[in-house]
Design a protein around this ligand. Structure first.
Ligand code: 13P
Ligand code: SF4
Length: 369
């Protein structure tokens, strides 16, 4: 059977049922196995993971920090509690003899799915034919490994939400135009912060003829943004920011740059998940925050900093359902499989993709503090 990403599902222990083990038993076996495997195992946890999973992570971080940790570990097994593109990135950054494991192969990213290789190759042809200027492609790390290889082959690079500014500046040192995908919001917000005007940016929609843009628009644009977005961050609105500002003017609104331009502009501050955490940690006791990012992180911050008032910017649950797919019992299945030397859900990027993807990743890592 193939998973969402076309990889063959390993039949071994895909699930541990509730009849077999209660939640409590899962947690206690996980503790024991993690201890037993400590010489061979690194568990990485993205900030959006649920608390029960985070409690087993050796390292928690944003996409950039986790990629760096994956690149620097010697552990033979890296269990990535995050989503598919993160595990693929980790695989490209580790040695071939190391194994990167994603506890649930269906943990994807809806934004990453909004751009595929065929669409990006097609867009590239349209853009390159329309303009004689040098176009530099930058992809947000939230994308398939093949797109990382695409930017590697075409003199471009990868960025995350914490280094997008540096990478976009770098891109404009290499060429005259930028193609940014798949997240239009991170691209637009970052470019506008760097002084690029909104009317210098166009949106290429892969579902429309010629991307829905004319040759003239391509020639005139400085930035071509892909029509992609995060459905979780798209849930935050400028009206929510304005309502908070009206009812509670002292509340600081801090959002992730995957939010729309209107939200980004109306908020007091914006940055990656690690940036948001640092800002809340450094704020004096008594500070109130309304946070525009995924709900597991917001709730955890609220529990951790009892001396501050921390709530979601949205009254609705902004849950990343794909991150949420990683459950303690899937983590346990992964650890049991490692213990008997038959790891399951191993993420492997083919050599050709890896070669060019690595080029793009290394360009990013050289530019990241
Ligand atoms: P960070 O790199 O800020 O952790 O973001 C990853 C992500 O997917 C946010 O939706
Ligand atoms: Fe993807 Fe959005 Fe989930 Fe981040 S929050 S992993 S961008 S779907």
């Amino acid at each position: 059977m193939l998973d969402l990403f076309g990889q063959k599902k390993n039949d071994f222990l895909p699930e541990i049922s509730e009849e077999e083990l209660s939640d409590q038993e899962v947690m206690s076996e996980l503790k024991q196995l993690k201890q037993e495997l400590r010489e061979d195992l690194l568990i990485l946890g993205h900030h959006y993971q649920q608390n029960d999973v985070i409690s087993f992570a050796d390292i928690t971080g944003d996409s950039l920090a986790l990629a760096k940790h994956a690149a620097n570990t010697n552990m033979p097994y890296i269990v990535f509690c995050g989503v598919h593109f993160m595990a693929e990135t980790a695989d490209m950054l580790t040695r071939p003899d190391q194994q990167v494991i994603l506890p649930d192969l269906n943990a994807g990213c809806s934004m990453a799915d909004m751009a595929n290789n065929e669409q990006v190759e097609k867009a590239w042809e349209v853009l390159v034919n329309a303009s004689s200027q040098k176009i530099i492609p930058i992809t947000y790390i939230n994308c398939d490994a093949k797109l990382k290889a695409f930017v590697g082959r075409n003199d471009g690079a990868i960025c995350t939400s914490s280094n997008a500014e540096d990478l976009i500046k770098w891109a404009f040192d290499q060429g005259e135009k930028l193609l940014f995908f798949p997240d239009q919001h991170l691209g637009r917000n970052t470019c506008s912060k760097l002084g690029i005007k909104l009317d210098e940016m166009i949106v290429y929609n892969p579902n429309m003829q010629n991307g829905g843009v004319t040759t003239r628009q391509i020639k005139d644009a400085k930035v071509i943004l892909w029509h992609g977005y995060c459905s979780v961050h798209q849930g935050f609105t400028a009206e929510q920011v304005l309502a908070i500002k009206k009812d509670s003017p002292q509340t600081r609104v801090i959002v992730h740059p995957e939010c729309s331009y209107e939200v980004f502009e109306a908020a007091d501050d914006a940055g990656s998940t690690s940036y948001i955490i640092d800002k809340i940690e450094q704020a004096p006791a008594g500070t109130s925050f309304a946070v525009g990012t995924e709900i597991n992180l917001v709730n955890r911050l609220n529990d951790k900093y009892a001396d501050k008032q921390i709530k979601s910017l949205s009254p609705y649950q902004c849950l990343c359902t794909t991150m949420y797919r990683v459950r303690p019992r899937w983590l346990l299945a992964s650890l049991r499989a490692i213990k008997i030397g038959k790891p399951i859900n191993v993420i492997k990027v083919d050599n050709e993709t890896r070669k060019y993807g690595l080029l793009a990743l290394e360009r990013m890592l050289r530019k990241s503090k």
